[in-house]
Design a protein around this ligand. Structure first.
Ligand code: FPP
Length: 222
């Protein structure tokens, strides 16, 4: 969801207001994605490297997460959306973790669309963490290296309950993955748009989905 800062700067506003507007855009996209039949939607809200931003901006992003999981629980429930979180949430304040858990539990049985927020997420730390967990299991169960295949490994990723993404959309003009779902993105279609995230709306999503529908996916075959 890139481009919130530039959206704010263009209006002489502080960056956090760009993020706030980005959170509003997200609500429209959640509805539009569900209407379009999307079953899994994952947003990259805070990367492991975003701690390098100013304390004020980090605080604003943590507050937005808190606001989202807390006040949107009824919205998720009403729209049959299940909330998920991927990333290292252990470092977050207990009060915030409690709110996240409450909404995770509250929406557990919703099966319309799984909406996951990647927060304090990075694909490389995710892969290292999975390797460590798998290593522990190997020692415990006396497994051999040959017992490990892709499926076994993927069970230790944050995304174990999610399918690999078909489409990855990056807004804001940059054309890179920035440590997002590197394992899972192996065969994902990539879509880049100059539109800044707060301006990304239902129409923009439909444009991305249309572009996706025209791609030929061969998964390495012919
Ligand atoms: C990147 O744009 C965006 C982020 C680091 C934060 C994204 C967060 C939201 C859209 C709010 C929704 C949040 C939750 C928790 C659901 P940028 O700030 O790098 O923009 P710039 O490249 O224009 O500076």
């Amino acid at each position: 969801m890139d481009g919130n800062g530039r959206w704010a700067r263009a209006r002489n506003m502080p960056r956090f207001l760009g993020h706030r507007q980005g959170a509003k855009a997200l609500e429209e996209i959640l509805n539009a994605a569900q209407d379009a039949g999307v079953k899994y939607l994952t947003v990259y809200a805070f990367s492991v490297d975003n701690w390098k931003r100013s304390a004020r901006e980090v605080r604003a992003l943590l507050k937005l997460l808190e606001y989202y999981v807390d006040t949107k629980a009824a919205f998720f429930k009403k729209h049959n959306m299940r909330l998920g979180i991927i990333g290292d949430t252990d470092v977050l304040a207990k009060a915030l973790r409690d709110k996240i858990n409450k909404t995770l539990v509250r929406t557990k049985t919703c099966d319309g669309m799984t909406f996951s927020i990647a927060f304090n997420y990075g694909a490389r730390p995710e892969i290292v963490r999975a390797a460590q967990m798998l290593c522990r299991e190997c020692l415990k169960k006396k497994m051999r290296p040959a017992d490990i295949d892709e499926k076994t490994f993927a069970r230790f990723l944050y995304t174990r309950a999610l399918p690999d993404p078909d489409l990855i959309i990056r807004t804001g003009g940059e054309q890179r993955l920035s440590n997002f779902l590197l394992w899972q993105a192996s065969y994902a279609e990539l879509y880049f748009t100059d539109t800044l995230w707060p301006d990304f709306n239902k129409k923009e999503l439909e444009k991305a989905l249309l572009a996706y529908s025209r791609r030929q996916r061969r998964f390495g075959g012919l």
